[in-house]
Design a protein around this ligand. Structure first.
Ligand SMILES: *Cc1c(COP(=O)(O)O)cnc(C)c1O
Length: 502
């Protein structure tokens, strides 16, 4: 299977090249030229497999330049019961809301307690094998812009992985205290963490700029290094996310919630559009998904886009209690547009150029029509997010985090509007303890808020009785290693100096 750039179809690479490079030279994103098709017999055979077995099947169909042994090695190293607290890294929890069953796909049982682990525990293994095939002997420099969860998950995935270095930038006031502490205490000899003065989009723009500045790449090459990306634009980030939608579907069939072939809806709290795009890709492979429900917070650029076909990032940026979705430029949307426009690289390039120059674009009527048919966009603000957390806890005894609550709230809006009773899977993207303050304020609005993040965790634990994930509990005793803050204009200088390049 080959991959090409969304902005230049003539740029064709292998999967190992796509994963090593992260982003295409023309600034486009790598996409598979076709999708493997899973018929009922294929899904039937996956019912008998566990998560790792299902992952190996999906990976081998997309990474055709990897051997079966290489894929098996990556999967077995990534999804251990030890790292994910059990044999199924992505279990389903069952709740009820307004008398309707909710299947909550808990994607946060990995080492950093957010769904990014599902991809970032395996990406370093895919990347080191890809580098061996393509640029043997070079050191990969991983640059990450994070709104909080990616940074920690990438640091944890890449720490002490040979032939890699990782530098993470986060918006200085745009992540939760727990996220900040998680990153600043990161261990490993190949890691650097730095805050930038600006928001997530500034960090992401800065990283993209460094990637595409030839003089920087040349300096790295002289030092036997090359850039790669662990952001959700890397194909090696998206592919692992396809697996858990297929696996969740199989689990629902095995548990008798649906019959093989039945349609489901998926509800995804969305930022960069990676997670929901993976569900869409699974449906292109034949997974029976009816609707894709795209949930946003007050940064509702995607809600407006789905409703109007106009993407317009010229709007106020809101800092919310679901910070991993505080995003105005959803990078992976580009891949959806490529598919929906019939693999039209020229038109995608036009839209992306217009996004760069004017901060907006309007898609064609054909693309609007498919989006209307397959997607539902909705959003909810902080007040409603808290109300949903409270409702889920008081009525269901289920403690959910702020991002998951946005998804549940938008799902309720969807059901109210449409009356659609299709069984639905809600992607739950973080442990509630990663956003303890907002969660505590939601479930116990009258309780006094303790000073430190860890005291808040303890109070939340004593009220909810939900177990605190071990990786978060252990953080209490760790001291910070990193405290740098830089201007977003100085990111290039910072990177070169962190790498020891003049
Ligand atoms: C990253 C993240 C999201 C958004 O996912 P995208 O793939 O960027 O759309 C949602 N919730 C949490 C907790 C996250 O960390």
């Amino acid at each position: 299977m080959l991959y090409n750039s969304t902005q230049n179809a003539a740029e064709v690479v292998s999967s190992a090249q796509a994963i090593s490079q992260g982003i295409s030279k023309d600034g486009g994103l790598f996409v598979p030229q076709e999708f493997p098709k899973y018929d009922e017999a294929t899904l039937q055979s996956l019912l008998k497999e566990d998560y790792r077995g299902r992952a190996k099947k999906v990976f081998s169909d997309f990474l055709t330049d990897f051997t079966a042994e290489e894929i098996s090695d990556c999967v077995e190293k990534a999804y251990t019961a030890e790292k994910f607290g059990g044999n199924n890294p992505a279990p389903l929890a069952l709740c009820n809301i307004d008398g309707k069953e909710l299947n909550i796909l808990e994607l946060w049982h990995g080492p950093t307690c957010a769904f990014k682990d599902m991809a970032l525990q395996i990406l370093p293994h895919l990347l080191t094998k890809s580098l061996k095939k393509t640029y043997d002997g070079k050191t990969a420099v991983i640059l990450v812009a994070t709104s909080g969860d990616t940074g920690k998950a990438a640091l944890e995935g890449f720490k002490d992985v040979e032939n890699t270095k990782i530098i993470v930038f986060y918006p200085v006031d745009g992540v939760s205290p727990m996220q900040k502490h998680q990153m600043n205490t990161q261990e490993g000899s190949n890691v650097t963490v730095c805050a930038i003065k600006g928001n997530f989009d500034d960090a992401q723009t800065g990283v993209k700029k460094i990637f595409t500045t030839p003089s920087v790449s040349e300096k790295l090459a002289e030092n036997n290094m090359l850039f790669s990306s662990a952001n959700s634009i890397n194909w090696g980030r998206l592919l692992p996310q396809i697996v858990y939608y297929i696996s969740a579907y199989c689990d629902m069939v095995n548990e008798g919630k649906i019959k093989l072939g039945d349609k489901i809806n998926v509800v995804v709290p969305t930022g960069n559009f990676g997670n929901i795009l993976a569900a869409y890709y699974a449906s292109l492979m034949g997974l029976p998904i009816s609707k894709f429900i795209c949930a946003s917070n007050s940064n509702n650029v995607l809600t407006d886009f789905i409703n109007t076909g106009i993407y317009d990032k010229n709007r106020q940026f809101h800092t919310t209690i679901s910070p991993s979705m505080d995003i105005l430029v959803s990078s992976n949307l580009e891949r959806l547009l490529y598919k929906l426009s019939g693999d039209d690289d020229k038109i995608v390039k036009n839209w992306m150029d217009s996004l760069k120059s004017e901060g907006k674009y309007e898609v064609s009527d054909e693309v609007k029509a498919v989006i209307k048919e397959k997607f539902f966009g909705g959003f909810c603000d902080d007040t409603d997010t808290k109300a949903t957390i409270s409702k889920m806890f008081n009525e269901q005894n289920y403690l959910c985090d702020t991002h998951t609550a946005v998804a549940i709230n938008v799902y309720e809006q969807y059901v109210e509007k449409t009356g659609d009773t299709t069984p639905s899977v809600i992607a739950s993207t973080a442990s509630p303890y990663k956003f303890s303050k907002a969660v505590l304020e939601s479930v116990a609005p009258d309780s006094e808020l303790p000073q430190s993040e860890f005291e808040i965790v303890d109070v939340l634990n004593s009220i909810s009785k939900a177990p605190v994930p071990a990786p978060l509990a252990d953080l209490k005793n760790k001291t910070s290693r990193f405290s740098d803050v830089t201007e977003s204009d100085d990111m290039e200088t910072y990177v070169l100096s962190a790498l020891g390049i003049k």
